[in-house]
Design a protein around this ligand. Structure first.
Ligand SMILES: [Zn+2]
Ligand SMILES: [Zn+2]
Length: 326
């Protein structure tokens, strides 16, 4: 058995894995089927992640087959396909008790502060497993985590978002697009043509490159959160509007505070997702979300999978394991 480790040497390694013991009463033994590679995983590999230094067992966007469960587990049963919530919150603090598990101050994320899921066999606590409904294909379920980011971001915007501007057309920007479709006219700004084309195919009313001036928006989702995109967001968001910061900023960034103050423009953060976002995505994943998957590699070729992510035309690269139920 092997596990995929992002090495301190900047390379991706397949390392031997000791078979995990039988699950404890609250635990589930899983066989991962698909794991998606996220921009943040690539940042860890390149040693530019702000908090995490390799070596790290990677993998947080995971759909897996349940092999066995402890006696106290109610979330799933052997044979089920599950998505793992990689955000391991404490379950006891005030934020957790009111359901805001993404605001748990002691939460850690699998594949970052905790060992990840990219292993032939892995044990996790049953409370972080979400059953994939029958009829949802495993490849589509593999997109649950980024789709939950998009859903949570849209839940942070006003219920009637009006004219929507999305800055950035990577997996997160496209996930916001899929979650916001139908709520208002959507313009998406993205430098890469292939991503603009996909955004248009997925329902963006208008796609622009960053050198074009976007139309005014009532709600802007900045899925990049760098100085130039925040400036675009501040300029393009109409009086009384809302800017949702979705992208992960690399450092402190100046924003045009005078305009935000005078024109009552709200700036809101959105961070990760909650269990309810994962369940909502699994209850009705948009079938065309599978178009986000642009490459797939078997686990033995994990290094090639990470190398593929450097191609700007790639959107979501998956690593796959044989499904024991297939
Ligand atoms: Zn991710
Ligand atoms: Zn907590």
């Amino acid at each position: 058995m092997t596990q995929i480790v992002l090495g301190a040497d900047g390379a991706v390694h397949l390392e031997p894995l000791k078979p995990p013991p039988d699950p404890g009463p609250h635990d589930v033994l899983l066989a991962p089927v698909h794991i998606g590679i996220c921009g943040s995983d690539v940042h860890v590999l390149r040693k530019v992640h702000p908090f995490i230094t390799p070596p790290v067992i990677t993998g947080h966007e995971c759909v897996a087959r349940v092999l066995s469960t402890g006696d106290a587990v109610t979330s799933c049963a052997p044979g089920d396909l599950v998505v793992v919530n990689p955000l391991h919150s404490c379950g006891k603090c005030p934020a957790c008790l009111r359901g805001a598990t993404n605001l748990c101050s002691s939460a850690k994320v699998l594949g970052f502060g905790l060992p990840g899921l990219a292993r032939d066999r892995v044990t996790v606590a049953g409370r972080f497993c979400h059953r994939v409904p029958a009829g949802v294909p495993s490849r589509l379920a593999a997109l649950t985590e980024p789709l939950a980011v998009g859903r949570h971001a849209v839940s942070r915007a006003p219920a009637e978002p009006g004219r929507i501007l999305i800055i950035g057309g990577g997996p997160v920007g496209l996930a916001v697009l899929l979650a916001a479709r139908g709520a208002g006219p959507i313009t998406l700004v993205e430098p890469v043509q292939a991503k603009r084309d996909l955004a248009a195919a997925l329902g963006a009313d208008r796609v622009l490159s960053p050198d074009e001036t976007p139309p005014d928006a009532d709600t802007t989702f900045d899925c990049v959160a760098a100085a130039p995109t925040l400036a675009t967001a501040a300029r393009s968001t109409t009086p009384g509007g809302t800017i949702v910061v979705v992208g992960v900023p690399h450092d402190a960034t100046e924003v045009a505070l005078p305009r935000l103050q005078r024109w009552e423009i709200d700036v809101r953060g959105t961070g990760l997702y909650r269990g309810e976002d994962i369940d909502a995505v699994l209850a009705g994943p948009p079938a065309d979300a599978e178009r986000l998957i642009t490459a797939e590699f078997p686990s033995g070729r994990a290094a090639d999978a990470f190398a593929a992510t450097t191609d700007p035309d790639q959107i979501k690269v998956l690593i796959g394991w044989p499904d024991p139920a297939a």
